[in-house]
Structure formats: C-alpha cells, structure tokens
Design a protein around this ligand. Structure first.
Ligand code: MN
Length: 202
C-alpha cells in the first residue's frame, strides 16, 4: 500500500500572516508531495510496503540515504501539518503544561530552549519536543530529514512537536530571518493536538 500525501485540515492561506499562503502551497504541494513519491519509489516491491511509517523509521538502515531522507521527510511533514492550526497559539494546558513546567521550570523557558534549538540548527533540519514513556520531555534537533525515531539519532523519545527550519519552510516570507519565523510559529501551534500526542505516547 502506497503512502499518501495527507490533506490539510485548513487552507493554505489560513496560517497568514505567520506562515504565508505561497510557502504553504509549495511546501505541502511540492516538497511534501516529493518526499511522498520518493518514499513510495524507495520501498516499491519490498516488504516495507506493508510496514507503518513508524516501523520503517525505527528499523531504518541509516546508510540507505534515499529511504532515510524520504521516510523522514514524509513523517516529519505529516507531524508538522498536524500540530499547526489557524486557531492555535494559546499556551498548552493540562498534563502537557504540567510536564513542561516540571521539565523546563516554565513555558517561557521551554519556548526559549526550543527556539534556540531551532535557530542554531546549522543548515537544514528540525527542532523537536519529545516525550519519553515516563512522561518527561526533552528538546533536541536533527539535521536534514532525520527524526528522533530513527536508530542512534541521539534524540530519544517520541516527537510530539516539531518545527521545520529548512529554508523552504520560511524563506519567501522571512528570507534570512529564521528567528522571526520561529517566533511566528508559536502563534499557530495547535497545543490541543500536541497534548493529545503527549498523552498517547507517555
Ligand atoms: Mn519542509
């Protein structure tokens, strides 16, 4: 069974002014579609066609760069669209907020640490908030389309929030001002969804 590009639950222009419509259109319709097609090509005719994307990532041969880049790219963008919302931006609540306060002392400290991980990721990559089985949280970042679920990535836990810091995610609107994009991202985070992922994976 082939992987499919997910339909977005909001329109391309609905995250403006924080993420512009043209960037969304190209990011989802071209970049994510490209990862999806290339992932399907990479697994075509192999037993991996019957595996979930999580299984593929967890058991990945890291030397298979076509699979590493495109399985990562497929999964990472699925998560990214899922945790964005035009009505996002409120602070988290519930168990997730409790855990953020325990792990980072305050939401503001968490935001600073996450933003720093995203801003200082050299070149292309992602910053993540990951949860461990005991419910503790950790911020980390990965290069290119790597993902915390991949073996030996040094970013343990299950990713529940991620920001894409590839230039294709922000350059049309923000050019070289990656920190401004990171700050704007916080206005469109769907914390309810992140909390759901926290509860399901801790
Ligand atoms: Mn991207």
């Amino acid at each position: 069974m082939a992987f499919e590009l997910p339909k977005l639950k909001y329109s391309y222009d609905s995250l403006e002014p924080h993420i512009d419509s043209k960037t969304m259109e190209i990011h989802h319709g071209k970049h994510h579609a490209g990862y999806t097609n290339n992932l399907n090509n990479a697994i075509s005719g192999s037993e991996l066609e019957n595996h979930s994307i999580e299984e593929i990532l967890k058991n990945l041969n890291m030397e298979n760069s076509a699979l590493r880049n495109n399985a990562g790219g497929y999964y990472n963008h699925n998560l990214f669209w899922d945790i964005l919302s035009p009505s996002g931006g409120e602070k988290p609540n519930g168990k997730l907020l409790e855990s953020i306060n325990n792990g980072f002392e305050s939401f503001e400290n968490f935001k600073e640490e996450f933003s720093k991980a995203a801003a200082t990721r050299f070149g292309s990559g992602w910053a993540w908030l990951c949860v461990n089985e005991n419910g503790t949280l950790k911020v980390c970042s990965t290069a290119n389309q790597d993902n915390p679920l991949m073996p030996g990535i040094g970013c343990d836990g299950f990713p529940i929030l991620g920001i894409d810091v590839w230039e294709h995610a922000y350059y049309l609107n923000y050019q070289n001002r990656r920190p401004d994009y990171i700050n704007a991202f916080f206005n469109v985070i769907n914390w309810e969804k992140v909390n759901e992922k926290y509860l399901a994976n801790s």
